[in-house]
Write a protein that binds this ligand. Sequence first.
Ligand SMILES: *Cc1c(COP(=O)(O)O)cnc(C)c1O
Length: 870
Amino acid sequence: MARATKNGCNNHGTMRTGQSSVEIQQSILNHLHYTQAKPLPFATRNDWYMATAHSVRDQMLHNWLTTFDIFMSSPREKHKIVSYLSSEFLMGPHLGNNLVNLGLSESVRKALSALGQDLEAILAQEVEPGLGNGGLGRLAACYLESMATLRVPAVGFGIRYEFGIFDQEIHNGWQVEKGDNWLKNGNPWEVRRPDIAYEVKFGGHTEFAHDPEGRLAVRWIPEKVIKGVAYDTPVAGYRSGGVAVLRLWKSEAVASFDFQAFNAGEYYKAVDDKVLSETISKVLYPNDEPGIGKFLRLCQQYFFVSCSLQDMIWFHLSLGRGIESFSESFAIQINDTHPSMGIAELMRLLVDEHHLEWDEAWRITRESFAYTNHTLLSEALEKWPLPLMASVLPRIVEIIFEINRRFLDEVRGLFPEDDQRIARLSLIDETGEKYVRMANLACVGSHAINGVAALHTDLLKKTVLHDFYELFPEKFHNITNGVTPRRWLALSNPELAKLISSKLGEGWLSSIETALAWLQGAAKNTTFQQKWLKVKQANKIALAKVIRERIGIEVDPASLFDVQVKRIHEYKRQHLNVLHIITLYNRIKRDPTADITPRTFIFAGKAAPGYHMAKLIIKLITSVADVVNTDPDVAGRLKVVFFPDFNVTNSQLIVPAADLSEQISVAGKEASGTGNMKLALNGALTIGALDGANIEIREEVGKENFFLFGLEAAEAQSLKSGGYNPRCWYEGNEQLRQAIDQIDAGTFSNGDRQLFRPLVDNLLNRDEYLVLADYQSYIDCQDLVSAAYCDKKKWAEMSILNVAGMGKFSSDRAIREYGEKIWKTTAIIDPTKYVYAGSKGRDSKKGEDTGIHPTPRIRRSKTTESPLVS
Ligand SMILES: *Cc1c(COP(=O)(O)O)cnc(C)c1O
């Protein structure tokens, strides 16, 4: 099924409205009238939000079509598009970010206020699209925004889940999951494209025959065909005019009405069929969910890569190019192995449907695909039961077998007689029940493989992907993750951004890689420090207010805000943090007059619904909170808060208020982390082990400005291989023993000795993540944190130096590296050709410059004083 028309893309018209507040006010009224169809007196807050969003979207659609025109009229060698394939995109709320990136915040605020509306209330109306579990989906969102900012032609392909990640409520201290009905009030950001739709086959069997030229031709006779329809959401770049597209596929029945079934009186069977078709994009699976939903998840993955690849081929051919040059049009990045079936699917499309020879198709496929690995946890490496895959995707399995046969023949040539190596490299795991190993498929079918932090890439080469590294060393790259400073600083922490602008001038948000380092010169400046602390204090007061309103706990904004916000997982070691809280509590109980630096411990994060230990850790946190928060001996010096429903919206609220960032995963387990980057970028100091990107953060901010504890990855490895016995560590440490005994004895569970038994048993008998081994080092390090926090001036200096060192962790830097090392794309749309809508008709205010900012030539220097600092 192809699109109805071949796009005539020129002359798309002019801007519908200008960007002055008067023009925007008119646009909002028009949308209230013509889009929402509401008389003014009956307009709800949601109507105002929708009308505002549509007004902003108009501006973006214009930029988008302009981007497209420039793309089409630029030289052919620039016609390369980055396709970012990801089963998750955790975009966060759109409105605020689009206002920042388009430079429209002030004019929209003014327009709304003239209409009697408050921008903050309108912003709060947006339900965020929670189409991701955590870091991986959020990374995809940051990368789309950076590609738009850098004007790299880019499409993010994914699934339009009707229900995203569940909403989390806390009932009686336990996590309760609620369905996330994010579309119920309408989604003003997406454009449905009924003309962009593709058919996807499932089940059935294949038939082998020869075509008239005598070539083998395979037909896949499916049991079922499902249609994917595109929904496009524009993603605005920061003040560059560039727009990327997020194209999400919704599954639908091919024909919504099966006449034959209807005539036979089986109307409900026809409806059933429709329901089944629509199930594929119904719900996002929480990760770590064992077993159940396997079948649907497999269907989801194939569904979205098939639609995306058919769409890419359609576009490539519509440019008038031959199929054999496909890899000149697209650089396909797969975000973890979830889209790795795309490798086999592209082979199928090229060989079965476009009739290329296998070798030619294989060259194109390898040139097109690149694979980002995201995990070192071997249990998290995706593999599909072969019988399941063979029944759902018979043709794909045949192609995987053929890829494997040819690949293993090559390996045998290189390593004759090395059967063990061949068994490890095989795309099929045959050690017991048979599985298809998706990481192996991704490695074989890609020209580039990257890890997401230096340590992670190093460990990939040494462990998880060692055999592939020996085979293809030239394929391996490291590209350390990054986050966008627009959402994670300008939007979430506007006052800090303003203060930084007072030192760096405007324009630094598109060049933090070089610009932030200039803050080093201001780190010792007392006046600047005071302003810095004042901003942090205001952010803490704002968070304290939300905590009071939502959770009913009173916290002291003068206390140290100690923050651990991320998915709940044993390897991330939230329970190590809890052991520290109990240790401090015991110090107070031993001596209520003890000198304790007041702290507010803030936790947030979802546990996968089927991950019982993670859910028990949440219950432990809330149980310890109940005891500590109300104990008169504590006298309010310690407070423990579990902030429910961690998502992007809540993250933007918590991150700017953090003093201390807990990045305490056991060394060698966290691939990179991006929460660590967001928190440091907002002036939190990190307490962390040498894991993931923590190592590089510490190098950048200086080791004297980072609280390091714990074993290194190699030490952790050798401790475990040497027969680690957690019970020895427990018995040898009195404070640790006391804390664990209290959990076991029911001190935090009203005497219930059963409740936390699985957790205690696990720690004493297995402790896979070395909580007990790292305990003392962590406590000692926390004591240093407490002491450091008492010296406000020194703390402010360290906080400023942390932000000054964060330039490297911009997603702009990461995208530039992907472009240079992997995509080999020079396809950055020439800014001089750009007719940027924002360059006309703006009502400029201080800090709201909408022009294009060239990257300033600033050299990063640790020694020279910044001339910009007074
Ligand atoms: C950044 C982010 C994450 C990732 O946090 P890590 O600390 O890197 O695990 C997860 N969820 C949300 C909502 C985020 O914003």
